[in-house]
Write a protein that binds this ligand. Structure first.
Ligand code: PHE
Length: 334
């Protein structure tokens, strides 16, 4: 009877524990076989009770083993379906922002701190917004500066070659004062190489108000380069754009200035980072802004070129290949 109580109270978690229990009671040298051996020496009048008790114990032990095995099996099945719910979770892989987005967001941040808003426009443009309004009438030789992708055979519809088209749209829809930057994707029919691609990104800026001068432009560029590169040794080289007069190209001095300047190791010297100038009066007129009342400046830069400088990237094609070994390196950036 004591044994029956013990058998019924028994519980086991593992297959090994159940097997040990089975051997203890039902094995060759187990408790039950011991009782069966004793049976012969039990006095006749007690044989019936003894026999019944031993049989009850045997059944109890067998039933226990069966039921424990069933419980164990059903637990293992559950594990198969749900996994081990107490196990620590797999770490979640966190992605990285694309370097183009990182640099674009930095540029937006820098200009929004001095009152510029962000404007956007269509990537498929018409001739007016991409060229004609910007003082590039049909047959103007400067149109060749930007090899254009046209949409099928319609010469009026094209992929924008710069985001200056957004500035035209913005001037058409808003009255001065205007302070806006236009980030976006642009397209040019150029051979793909380490230095240039047929798709790239620009941020162009526009500032129009009363009495805006070239000094305001230069000061804005000094502020911008100081914020983005941590330095503002720049020079303006006279240049030509149909939509600005005078026009200039902005170079930044990219050299080892201090021993701890970790970003800069190669490609030192003057490097061109953007174009700029005072908005041509013809452009203002095309956008219904009176050039006798207002003046302004504009500038435009390629995001890839700036990201290549900041991150020491030697080949522009890396931005579009989506090689995870490249992209993963930007995990620590915002
Ligand atoms: N739109 C010019 C380009 O695509 C850049 C630029 C913008 C130059 C504004 C001057 C003023 O290269």
């Amino acid at each position: 009877k004591e044994h029956i109580a013990e058998v019924e109270a028994f519980n086991a978690e593992t297959a090994d524990q159940i097997e040990a229990f089975r051997i203890k009671y039902l094995g060759k040298k187990g408790i039950l076989n011991g009782f069966f051996a004793e049976f012969k020496s039990v006095p006749n009048e007690q044989k019936k009770d003894f026999g019944q008790a031993v049989n009850a114990l045997k059944q109890a032990a067998e039933a226990k083993v069966t039921s424990l095995k069933e419980v164990l099996e059903s637990k293992q099945e559950e594990k198969g379906v749900y996994g081990d719910l107490s196990r620590p979770a797999e770490p979640i892989e966190i992605g990285a922002r694309h370097p183009i987005s990182i640099v674009k967001n930095q540029i937006i941040e820098i200009f929004s701190n001095v009152g510029f808003n962000v404007s956007e426009g269509p990537e498929i443009e018409d001739d007016w917004h991409n060229f004609t309004a910007l003082n590039l009438p049909e047959y103007h030789p400067a149109r060749d500066m930007q090899d254009t992708f046209f949409i099928q055979t319609d010469p009026d519809i094209l992929l924008r070659t710069h985001t200056s088209s957004v500035q035209v749209r913005y001037m058409e829809e808003n009255k001065p004062p205007i302070r806006t930057i236009s980030p976006g994707r642009v397209f040019r029919n150029e051979a793909i190489s380490a230095r240039s691609h047929c798709i790239f990104h620009q941020v162009e800026g526009l500032y129009i108000d009363k009495d805006v001068s070239f000094a305001d432009l230069k000061q804005t560029l000094l502020y911008f380069t100081k914020q983005l590169f941590g330095k503002s040794k720049i020079r303006l080289r006279p240049s030509y754009f149909p939509f600005t007069e005078p026009s200039a190209e902005v170079d930044i001095y990219w050299g080892l200035e201090t021993e701890t300047d970790y970003r800069i190791t190669k490609g030192t010297g003057w490097l061109e980072i953007m174009g700029c100038g005072m908005v041509d009066p013809n452009v203002l007129r095309n956008c219904n802004i009176d050039p006798t009342e207002y003046s302004g400046f504009a500038f435009g830069m390629g995001i890839e070129r700036i990201a290549m400088l900041l991150y020491q990237i030697g080949d522009i094609r890396m931005f579009y290949e989506n090689d995870v070994r490249f992209l993963e390196q930007f995990k620590s950036s915002i």
